[in-house]
Design a protein around this ligand. Structure first.
Ligand code: 3HC
Ligand code: NAI
Length: 711
């Protein structure tokens, strides 16, 4: 039998244990091993029932996702899948009790449902998370789950992909019994109880499949919600279709339908992109020159300087993670405003059911307001979030250097300033780092961790590790203007403005990008963040721009008129008192007037060109960043864009998207734009090089493994 599966006996009960660390994925050898064990049990007269359990920290986390990658890239053949094994388990005349701890996800839950009974530790979870990988359950999950949990619950689980905790799984009929204490001992005792009973087959349990009258509205509502909440994703709709088949077709035909849909999803660009995202989210945590064993600095107490929009949100992030935090502002009025905002945000989380009142009360107790830096002396980490301005930042860091204990992490939330210059205000630049949270800090998952020239490995490793504890995804970036995300966002938004100045309507530009999958259009995003923010930055850095390069001007003119976006009731759009946007004919009129004066010829611009110009502007800048070493890998850029900028996950991020389109195609289009619009579209040297070599951004990252610190 395969090394990955062991068969032992406890008296008359056989115990099949899967040992494929870390998560018992169903890699080659595991299904075969389970199959052999079932065959041996059937032949062994001394065995009356069996327990199937996972060794190590979990039951089975699902199919081996790496195998999917090999299959879709043509490196391996598509096998028979898990279905024959599942039938073998279900057809066993000796009852199979599946014992679940940790997670039974995807193929893991599908195996569990082919067993005759399921028992679980109270903290275990079960789920069909396949949609998150752009696929649907492929081993009869869409056929067996509705038979156990009912159609509505099965739709919810397969469409949203969220796990269900064991006590709820009992309630829904997925798990038969919770086992407190030793799971294996409890499962063996349970197996003895049921050994003499007939073994129930899930595929024959049709009682929960409902009638057409009951199911039609369930499927209609699920399709409707999916189209808005998972706009553009194909797998959730396929999952609904497969479950619908379970309610209309005999089991075997339902499985056929599921298989057809599964294969269609698996070989789609969406699934390849989402699998890239799954591994990418794990890869960004790996920094080549920072070994796993780098000592971490314990962060048990934090302090935040500045209780404004960002500081307040950051304090909430620490409080939510159970870390007490001091929150300082310069004067009582600002501090009171900050605290009132925090309370308002928490109240709305309770109202929406995200947090309980009790949890919020505990969090609020962890946030201690102050007007002085005195208490900062025992903080393990300080995050500065005062106004954006080098002089003020340096003043604050000089003060932090004076009061903070040795070894404390001194982090800045700056979005545009040079971390090394900020660090120079201290006597300990090795302790200084950028932690660039995104607004609203308590909601957005992205945390750009900015490595300064002197930042120590311990400080970087701690911030990377801490990001997980804070519920964020930390991505290490280098210290360049705008870091990675905002540096790329500049050319993207600039292109959107050019398009308006060349004749596209504001609405057409935003619609093209929303149809592409972006959470919001670039112009509406500007209105949300405040057009004045970019305007001020542009004014400050104008002297750094190369003379003679075309610059957009309409947005600056809108700012000069006081049209800052949502906060002033008007920007590119106008807004009612509930901040609901509508197109503004005045803007269209003004832009026409300004562009006539500037002699910019106007034309109809197709949606495809709008998308190409905006997205390839991102890609071209991303290529420069990658080549300059400010991002470690192309996938790091992708993860930043997916988690901080509303880029559609099913396209895998801008760099993956470019790889999918083919870098030669992207390069040729960039050359076309260069011909039409000049120097601003000069292709990044790396884009040119990879396109000419027939390579991908992903290849470059693997070969280079560059560090994000730039001298
Ligand atoms: N296949 C291959 N590798 C997997 C894997 C899987 N299903 N699940 C996890 N891994 C790997 C991770 O890539 C990581 O590798 P690394 O250490 O080299 O980076 C390692 O296992 C540990 O994973 P995590 O860091 O994610 O560990 P956590 O403890 O934080 O989380 C988990 C564990 C909740 C199981 C999480 O890994 C997870 O959600 N995994 C994916 C679950 C999933 O999507 N299952 C469905 C697969 S598709 C399927 O089953 C199709 C079926 O219907 C036929
Ligand atoms: P804000 O204007 O909302 O808040 C700044 C706060 O700092 C004010 O409450 C002010 O009273 C306080 N402050 C000023 N001097 C202080 C001092 N010496 N000690 C303590 N508090 C002091 O600003 P916001 O938007 O929160 O930005 C803060 C930082 O975060 C800036 O560096 C900004 O660039 C960055 N940032 C902002 C984002 C945003 O979307 N607003 C996103 C990411 C980063």
């Amino acid at each position: 039998m395969s090394d990955l599966v062991q068969l032992t006996k406890n008296g008359d009960i056989a115990v099949i244990t899967i040992n494929n660390p870390p998560v018992n994925a169903l890699s080659p050898g595991v299904p075969e091993g389970i199959g052999e064990a079932i065959e041996q049990i059937s032949k062994d007269p001394g065995v009356r029932a069996a327990v199937l359990i996972g060794g190590g920290r979990t039951f089975i986390a699902g199919a081996d996702i790496k195998e999917f990658e090999k299959m879709t890239s043509g490196k391996t053949e598509r096998g028979a899948g898990l279905l024959p094994l599942l039938l073998k388990i279900e057809n066993s005349t000796k009852p199979v009790v599946v014992a679940i701890h940790g997670n039974a996800f995807g193929g893991g839950l599908e195996i569990a449902m082919s067993g005759h009974y399921r028992v679980a530790s109270p903290d275990a979870q079960v789920g069909q998370p396949e949609v998150k990988l752009g696929i649907i359950p492929g081993a009869a999950g869409t056929q067996r789950l509705p038979r156990l949990a009912g159609v509505e619950k099965a739709v919810e689980m397969c469409v949203e992909g969220k796990p269900v905790k064991a006590p709820d799984a009992v309630k829904y009929g997925i798990v038969d019994r919770l086992i407190e204490g030793d799971l294996l001992a409890g499962a063996i005792a349970f197996a003895r109880e049921v050994a003499a009973k007939p073994a129930p087959k899930t595929r024959e349990r049709n009682g929960k499949l409902g009638t057409a009258e009951q199911n039609t509205p369930i499927f209609a509502a699920a399709r409707e919600t999916t189209r808005t909440k998972q706009r553009g994703f194909m797998a959730p709709l396929a999952a609904i279709e497969a479950i619908e088949a379970a309610t209309k077709l005999p089991f075997e035909q339902g499985c056929e339908k599921e298989k057809e849909l599964f294969v269609k999803c698996l070989f789609s660009d969406q699934s390849k992109a989402l699998i890239h995202v799954f591994f990418g989210e794990r890869e960004v945590a790996k920094i080549p020159d920072i070994p796993k064993e780098t000592p971490l600095i314990p962060v048990n107490k934090a302090a935040v300087a500045g209780a404004g929009t960002m500081g307040g949100g950051i304090a909430m992030v620490f409080a939510n993670a159970g870390i007490p935090v001091l929150l300082k502002d310069a004067d009582q009025a600002a501090l009171d405003r900050g605290l009132a905002n925090i309370q308002k945000n928490y109240a709305s989380s309770v109202k929406r059911g995200r947090f309980t009142q009790q949890f919020v009360d505990e969090c609020l107790k962890r946030i201690q307001p102050t007007l002085s830096f005195d208490g900062f002396s025992d903080a393990d980490m300080v995050i500065e979030a005062v106004f954006e301005g080098m002089a003020l930042k340096k003043e604050v860091f000089t003060e932090l250097d004076r009061v903070c204990k040795s070894g404390a992490i001194l982090a800045s939330n700056t979005s545009t300033l040079n971390i090394d210059e900020i660090a120079s205000a201290t006597s300990r630049p090795e302790s200084v780092i950028g932690t660039h949270f995104f607004s609203p800090a308590n909601v957005m998952r992205l945390l750009e961790i900015v490595r300064g020239r002197a930042t120590s490995k311990e400080v970087i490793a701690t911030c990377m590790q801490l990001s997980k504890k804070l519920g964020k995804i930390g991505v290490l970036v280098g210290n360049c203007r705008g870091f990675v995300g905002n540096r790329m966002f500049g050319p993207y938004r600039r292109e959107a403005q050019f398009l308006v100045e060349e004749g596209a309507s504001v609405e057409a530009v935003d619609k093209a990008l929303v149809d592409y999958g972006m959470a919001m259009g670039p112009l509406a995003t500007g209105d949300l963040a405040g057009l004045d923010v970019g305007w001020r930055i542009r004014k400050e850095y104008r002297h750094l721009e190369k003379p003679g390069i075309r610059q957009p001007f309409a947005e600056d003119r809108l700012c000069e008129m006081g049209r800052y976006g949502q906060k002033t009731g008007a920007g590119w759009y106008k807004y009612d008192e509930n901040r609901k946007p509508s197109g503004d004919p005045e803007v269209a009129e003004l832009v026409r007037k300004w562009t006539t004066e500037a002699k910019i010829s106007q034309r109809q611009i197709p949606a495809e060109e709008i998308v190409d110009r905006c997205i390839y502007a991102l890609v071209n800048e991303g290529a420069r960043i990658l080549e300059e070493g400010y991002a470690l890998r192309a996938v790091d850029i992708d993860i930043i864009y997916l988690n901080g900028y509303g880029f559609p996950a099913y396209r895998g991020g801008p760099m993956w998207y470019a790889d999918t389109v083919g870098l030669k195609n992207v390069y040729d289009r960039v050359l076309e734009f260069q011909k039409q619009h000049g120097e601003i579209w000069e292709p990044a040297p790396l884009l040119k090089q990879l396109a000419e070599q027939g390579k991908k951004f992903a290849d470059f990252a693997k070969e280079q493994g560059v560090a994000a610190s730039k001298p």
